[in-house]
Structure formats: C-alpha cells, structure tokens
Design a protein around this ligand. Structure first.
Ligand code: ATP
Ligand code: MG
Length: 426
C-alpha cells in the first residue's frame, strides 16, 4: 500500500464524474476504487482514456445507487453509469473461482466464456491481466493498493501477466493483443515469460469472436501508436490472424508501395490523434484492406471487367472474407466502400464530373486516400495535386480546369461520351 504523500495521483486529475461515482458508492457504505488503465496512466503521468471503478457492491446494488445506470454484459456483468457522453464502468470484485463449472462461470477448452463469480479485492487483483493493470486507488484514504507488485513493473517499463502466462492466454487470447497494445502505446517491453509463449499461441486468436476482435482492433489502431503497434503485430505474427488477406498481400509484395502506404496511413492516424483531430475508423480500415482490394480488382480487370465494377466486386469480396476474422460493422464498411470506389473516378477530370464528385459526402476522405496513394507512389502525384487545386478553385476556375481537361491537356483521357445519354454516376 502506498499512502497519499508517496504517489502522484490527485483527485484533480481524475474525471469529475468518476470521482462522483467513487464517493457515492462509498457514502452508500461500499468500498470503491479506481482501477486499471486510469490508475496506471495517472501514475505514469499520462492522461487516461477512461476510468474504471471496482467495488464490493453487486451489480444490482450499484444500480440502486445510481439512477443513470445500466447493467450490461453477459460474459462479464458490469454497471455503466452515464454522465452525458462519459460512461464510468463499475465492476464488482471478481475471483477466478475454483475452476468448477457452475452457472456464473463458463469455461470451454480453457477459454473463459462467462465470468461472474464475485470475490474480494485481493482475488479481483489476481484475475486481472497485467500487473500494471492491477493497481487500485482507494477513495477511502487516497492510497494506491498494489497486490501484484505492479508498481515495480510500472517503474521498470515491463508488461507481465499475473499467473501462468500460457494459461492466461488460453483463458482469453485477446490478452496477447493487449500485450502488444500496451507495449506499443506505453513503450513497455513484454517480459520474456509472456513473450516466449506467444509464437505457439497466436493461432488461438482464431477462436475469438469476430465482433470482439473488431473492438480490439479499433483500440489497437486508435490508441495513438498505430504504426508501432502494427509493426509489433506483424513481428509476433498476430496481424495475419486479424487481416489475413492484407498480410498475404504484404508478404508477397514486389513493390514497396503497399507497405509504405499502410505505414503512412497509420502514421497519419497517429499524428491526427496527437493533434486532437478526429479519426474515422472507416478511413483506417480502408487503408488496412486496400492492398488486397487493389490486387483483387486488378485480377477482375485482367478478366475484362471495367475498373469501377471490378473495384466494387473486389471490395465486396475482401470485406466478406474479412468478416470471418474481424467483423467490421456496416456503418463502417459502407463508407469504406465509398472511399475505395471513388478512386477510379478521380481519373475523370473533364466535364461536369469533378464538380459532382466533390459534393459526395465521402469526397474528403476519398481525396485524403488518393493523396496517401500518391505519396506512397501507387497513384500519380500530378493527379492528386490537380484535385488539391480543384478544391481550392471557385466554381469558375473549377469549370476552367475541367474544361482544360476535356480539351485534352494531358492528352490521355479524352474519351467523349455520346451526347444523348444523361450523365449518371452509377
Ligand atoms: P485502456 O482503457 O487505456 O485501453 P485499460 O487497462 O483500462 O486500458 P480496459 O479494457 O479499459 O483496459 O480494462 C480495464 C481493466 O480491466 C484492465 O486494466 C485490466 O485490469 C482489466 N482487464 C481488461 N481486459 C482484461 C482481460 N482480457 N483479462 C483480464 N483483465 C482484463
Ligand atoms: Mg480503461
């Protein structure tokens, strides 16, 4: 136990709402602690992404304390306390149980499918993943409680699973991804005891439901260290279990633009996050899957399909295959397809089409995508620059630019369409 004067966690750095939740639980007669990433990041002097609370109150009791509260989760029953957009997650102390299968715990081939056996705080600490994630901040006396020697690992920059690493990975293979995620984000190293088993265990990722992997992949790539994390995922052969078609395409590349393209895309994502700018998951996933889509489209074109339908078919194929591993929800896959399908349309620079194209709701994302392709050497920089200028122009200038194209400035794309056909986009 580390008393208040000997650590740097101050209530002023904890979200106001989390502090409210902690006090309200305590005033209702329960124990209440901040736990997990919130404590870890504050101790490291970083800004936590979210705040998780652990308590001895049962989920139903938590619900009685807070009006703005919903109980969620089957696999893992939790209370969510809502404050506008902020959600404070409140979990009841859990134990690992004695391994006996009962109603509250479901285990299959060593993998925990349901885990609702409640316990003491000491037991709760033991069932957490890494020692640095098993630190508790006690709102009762403002001390930090360390049951797993997490502070030592925190100071040494080490990720160490609690308990037997192989068993812990088998219980929940997502812990392998979490190891890589924290290593990338915090710049920590994975202790040898936890790193060595990885190579023989990564294939367990194939047993994780594709919907859960989607959530994890988002966290992997939107944590501010996407590039670093991507390299680690490939290093540990995990990437291929998440994005098999991309891994296949990258490992057989005969030019270096596919990897340059992904690297630059991830680097962009990281700098946007650093600058506090929004990042869209659709753009990120469109980047990650572009190379297989591009190759598949080229194969369709080689079979005589025109470019736009070829890209449509290829996008459909790759997304269907990808859904077996990481399930990308439609709200994200639809804009991804827009981004891809707009790429060949950028080639038509004459007539009314450019002005129509820039009104498309996904134009900006698709243009950023084109720019990235050009920077990676996969598309013409001249084309990307033309679109940069075109957007800056007023309608008259834009008309002029498109008119010049029609007169064949480049001499390349002069195909005139029959007059009578009404121009349509599809
Ligand atoms: P961040 O929120 O910054 O991504 P975090 O460590 O808070 O990191 P969460 O997913 O928010 O991660 O989980 C909160 C805490 O719950 C963790 O710190 C850890 O103690 C515990 N935990 C989460 N996932 C697992 C898991 N798969 N196995 C064991 N414990 C876990
Ligand atoms: Mg967290």
């Amino acid at each position: 136990m580390v008393p208040r004067p000997d650590h740097n966690i101050s209530r002023a750095n904890i979200s106001e709402n989390a502090v409210k939740v902690l006090y309200r639980l305590r005033n209702s007669g329960f124990e209440a602690y901040l736990v997990g990433g919130g404590v870890r990041d504050l101790l490291l002097g970083r800004e936590p992404k979210d705040f998780d609370v652990a308590t001895d109150a049962l989920p139903e009791q938590v619900k009685q304390v807070f009006r703005n509260c919903r109980l969620i989760g089957r696999r893992f029953r939790l209370a969510h306390v809502f404050f506008g957009r902020e959600i404070i997650e409140v979990a009841t102390f859990r134990s690992m149980g004695d391994g006996s299968a009962d109603d509250s715990r479901k285990v299959e081939n060593g993998m925990i499918l349901r885990d609702n056996v409640y316990g003491t705080i000491e037991e709760d600490a033991q069932r957490r993943d890494f020692t640095i994630n098993a630190l508790y901040y006690n709102i009762g006396d403002f001390s930090v409680v360390d049951y797993a020697d997490g502070l030592t690992d925190l100071n040494n920059g080490v990720l160490r699973l609690l308990g037997d690493p192989e068993q812990r990975y088998r219980e929940d293979p997502v812990r392998m991804l979490r190891a890589v995620r924290f290593a990338g984000k915090l710049g920590f190293r994975i202790d040898a005891s936890c790193e060595t088993p990885l190579s023989s265990m990564v294939s367990l990722l194939d047993d994780v439901p594709a919907a859960r992997l989607f959530e994890e992949v988002l966290k992997l790539f939107l944590g501010g260290a996407a590039l670093e994390t991507f390299e680690k995922l490939r290093h540990y052969d995990m990437f291929g279990h998440l994005f098999p078609a991309t891994e296949e395409a990258l490992s057989h590349e005969d030019h270096d633009f596919p990897i340059t393209f992904v690297n630059r895309g991830l680097d962009n994502t990281d700098s946007r996050i650093r600058d506090g700018k929004p990042v869209t998951p659709a753009f990120l996933f469109a980047v990650l899957l572009w190379e297989p889509v591009r190759l598949r489209a080229a194969a369709y074109e080689a079979d005589g399909m025109p470019p736009i339908p070829a890209l449509q078919e290829a996008g459909r194929d790759v997304l269907a295959e990808q859904a077996q591993r990481v399930l990308i929800p439609k709200r994200i896959s639809y804009p991804m397809r827009d981004i891809w399908q707009m790429q060949p349309r950028f080639l038509s620079r004459g007539g009314k089409r450019p002005q129509r194209l820039i009104t498309h709701p996904k134009f900006r994302a698709a243009y950023d995508f084109l720019l990235l392709r050009a920077q990676a050497g996969e598309a013409e920089m001249e084309l990307a620059e033309w679109w940069t200028d075109f957007q800056k122009g007023n309608p008259q200038e834009q008309g002029q630019m498109a008119g010049q194209e029609r007169r064949g400035r480049s001499g390349r794309r002069r195909r005139r369409r029959p007059r009578k056909a009404k121009p349509s986009d599809e």
